[in-house]
Design a protein around this ligand. Structure first.
Ligand SMILES: Nc1ncnc2c1ncn2[C@@H]1O[C@H](COP(=O)(O)OP(=O)(O)O)[C@@H](O)[C@H]1O
Ligand SMILES: O=C(OP(=O)(O)O)[C@H](O)COP(=O)(O)O
Length: 403
C-alpha cells in the first residue's frame, strides 16, 4: 500500500488531490456536537495543502437516501474544517455537478474545497457495479490523485471508497495508516482476557460481527440497542425497544455457540425504560424507570442499561488485558440515559489492559461525557470498520488502496 508520504515525495504542487475523509460527525441541527472526525483528517489535509496540492475533500454524512437532503448537508463540517485549518475552505453545493466542477477549477495551489455529501448521489452506495462505477467516473474527473483517509467508512463497498481509487493513483492517508497500525495489535498478538463491549443503534451491522467475535473474544458484553434482540430471542417482552427480528435465529445460535465454546456472552440484567423516546431537543427529564431485563412493560422502550448491569459490566472489564468497545450502552445524548455509557467508559479507564474505543458516536460520547481521551489506549474513528477489521475481513476501502 502506498502512503501519502510517497505522494508527497513524488510532488503534489498544482495537482488536484481527492481526499476521501469520514466527516460523518454528530449534529444537533447544524451544530457539530463533536468534531473529532474532522480533527482526525487534519494531518492529511494540512500536509497536502502545505505541499501546494489543490485539495478536494469528500465524505458522506448520515444516511440520506441517494438524493439531496438539507438535514445531511456537509456545510457545517466544511466550515469547521476551515476553522481548524485557519483558512477559507471552499464549499461546493453538489458533489460532481456544476458547483463541484467550478469550485475545484477555482482552487489555487494549497487551497482546500469540500464537496457536498457523497450520499446525495444514488451511485455512491449502489449495489450495482455499473451504477457505482459511473459515479466513480464522475468523481475521478475532479482529481489527479486519490488519498483514502476515511477510516470509518473503509468497510463500505461504496463508489468513493472502493471504485474511485481504481481510477486514480491512490495512497493511504495518515489517519488510515495510524488506525490500521493500532488495530493490528488486537489481531496479531492479543493479550487475554480479551473483552469486547458492543452497543449502539446500528443493530443489524453489529449483530452480524458477533459471529466471528465468538471465535476470538473471551467475553462479549451486550448493551445499547442490540441487547433487546437478545432478550426477545430469549422469549422476553421488549415493548417498543429496538429490534432486529430477522436476526433472532442467528442470535439464538450465538447464545448456544457461546456456551459450547466457553465464551461469556453477557446480557443486561436490568434496563432503564420509558414510554416514549426522550425529547432530544429540550433534553427535558423523561422520568425513566429501572426494570429487570425480563420484565420490560409492554409499550415501553429500553434506553440504557440499568445500575445492576453497570456494576456487572464493570466487574467483567476489571481484569481485561485487552478491551475493544464499540457502541454506547444507551441514548447517552440525553442525561437520563448516559450512566450506562459513563460506567463502561470508566471501567475501561480503570482496566489495567490495552483499551480501544471505536465508532463515531462512541468516541464522541467519551469526549462529550468529559472523559480524558489520553486515559484510553486508542480512540478509533471507526466503529463498524474496526469491528470488521478485528473479524479479519477484507475491507473494501483498504483492499482498494493496495498496489
Ligand atoms: N437502547 C437504545 N435505543 C436506541 N438508541 C440507542 C440505544 N442505545 C444506544 N443508542 C444510540 O446509539 C447511537 C450510536 O450507535 P452507533 O452509530 O451504532 O455507534 P458508533 O457510532 O459508536 O458505532 C447513539 O446515538 C445512541 O443514542
Ligand atoms: O459512523 C460511521 O460508522 P460507525 O457508526 O460504525 O462508527 C461511519 O461514518 C460509516 O457510516 P455508515 O455506517 O452510515 O456507513
Amino acid at each position: 500500500m502506498k502512503t501519502i508520504d510517497e505522494l508527497l515525495s513524488e510532488g503534489v504542487a498544482g495537482k488536484r488531490v481527492f481526499v476521501r475523509a469520514d466527516l460523518n460527525v454528530p449534529l444537533d441541527g447544524t451544530t457539530i456536537t463533536d468534531d473529532g472526525r474532522i480533527r482526525a483528517v487534519l494531518p492529511t489535509v494540512k500536509a497536502l495543502a502545505d505541499a501546494g496540492a489543490r485539495v478536494v475533500v469528500a465524505s458522506h454524512l448520515g444516511r440520506p437516501k441517494g438524493a439531496p437532503d438539507p438535514a445531511f448537508s456537509l456545510a457545517p463540517a466544511a466550515a469547521r474544517l476551515g476553522e481548524l485549518l485557519g483558512v477559507d475552505v471552499a464549499f461546493a453545493t453538489d458533489t460532481v455537478g456544476e458547483s463541484a466542477t467550478a469550485t475545484v477549477a477555482g482552487l489555487a495551489d494549497g487551497q482546500v474545497a469540500v464537496v457536498e455529501n457523497l450520499r446525495f448521489n444514488a451511485g455512491e452506495t449502489s449495489k450495482d457495479d455499473a451504477e457505482r462505477g459511473a459515479f466513480a467516473d464522475q468523481l475521478a474527473a475532479l482529481a489527479d490523485a486519490y488519498v483514502g483517509d476515511g477510516f470509518g467508512a473503509v468497510h463500505r463497498k461504496h463508489a468513493s471508497v472502493f471504485d474511485l481509487p481504481a481510477r486514480l493513483p491512490h495512497y493511504a492517508g495518515h489517519l488510515i495508516a495510524t488506525e490500521v497500525g493500532v488495530l493490528k495489535r488486537l489481531t496479531d498478538d492479543v493479550k487475554r482476557p480479551y473483552v469486547v463491549a458492543l452497543g449502539g443503534a446500528k443493530v443489524s451491522d453489529k449483530l452480524a460481527v458477533i459471529d466471528e467475535l465468538l471465535g476470538k473474544a473471551d467475553r462479549i458484553l451486550i448493551g445499547g440497542g442490540m441487547a433487546y434482540t437478545f432478550l426477545k430471542a430469549q422469549g422476553h417482552e421488549i415493548g417498543t425497544s429496538l429490534l432486529q427480528e430477522d436476526q433472532i435465529p442467528a442470535v439464538l445460535e450465538y447464545l448456544e455457540r457461546a456456551e459450547k465454546n466457553g465464551v461469556e456472552l453477557v446480557l443486561p440484567v436490568d434496563t432503564l425504560v420509558a414510554a416514549e423516546f426522550p425529547d432530544m431537543k429540550t433534553k427535558a427529564p423523561s422520568h425513566p424507570t429501572n426494570v429487570a431485563a425480563d420484565a420490560i412493560p409492554a409499550g415501553h422502550m429500553g434506553l440504557d442499561i440499568g445500575p445492576e448491569t453497570r456494576k456487572l459490566y464493570a466487574s467483567k472489564l476489571a481484569d481485561a488485558a485487552t478491551v475493544f468497545w464499540n457502541g454506547p450502552m444507551g441514548v447517552f445524548e440525553h442525561p437520563d440515559y448516559a450512566e450506562g455509557t459513563k460506567a463502561v467508559a470508566q471501567a475501561l479507564i480503570d482496566s489495567p489492559g490495552f483499551t480501544v474505543v471505536g465508532g463515531g458516536d462512541s468516541a464522541a460520547a467519551v469526549r462529550i461525557l468529559g472523559f480524558d481521551e489520553q486515559a484510553f489506549g486508542h480512540i478509533s474513528t471507526g466503529g463498524g470498520a474496526s469491528l470488521e477489521y478485528l473479524e479479519g475481513k477484507t475491507l473494501p476501502g483498504l483492499a482498494a488502496l493496495e498496489d
